[in-house]
Design a protein around this ligand. Sequence first.
Ligand code: FES
Ligand code: FES
Length: 156
Amino acid sequence: MTFHHLTFTVNGQAQAVLVEPRQTLLDVLRGPLNLRGAHRGCDSGDCGACTVMLNGQPVTACLVLALDCQDAQVLTVEAVADGPVMHAVQQALVDKGGIQCGFCTPGMVMAAVALLNENPRPSEPQVRRALAGNLCRCTGYQKIVEAVLVAAEMSA
Ligand code: FES
Ligand code: FES
């Protein structure tokens, strides 16, 4: 087994880990970095539960090789809140009932935060498009979409 050095920044903190070439960003986040917010659902890029931001763009961490993150900036759901104050997307998901079992929620939050960073006042179709890669088995999506629209209003 061959290990390589990976140095990158996760949630504002410099990290140095040894990884195998086959390991993904999700493996490293949930393994050595002990950041379990990005969930492993399908492990094949289909469900969006593992969504994080890589250099400001949402990615499915199960499809990103860890060694491709050398010198990158990664943001995970653990660092979205401002200390004890939830991000507007998180607060709106709670307020609007957009969370049921919660398995999809971290990925939904990251996809929505990425959308609002790019487009602070999205239309409903734009919200639906931005969340199209994030599957939810519980909510029927409507309350999640409403929550993102409310978060956009709260942040305006
Ligand atoms: S676990 Fe990565 S997309 Fe499903
Ligand atoms: S709240 Fe259960 S999968 Fe979305």
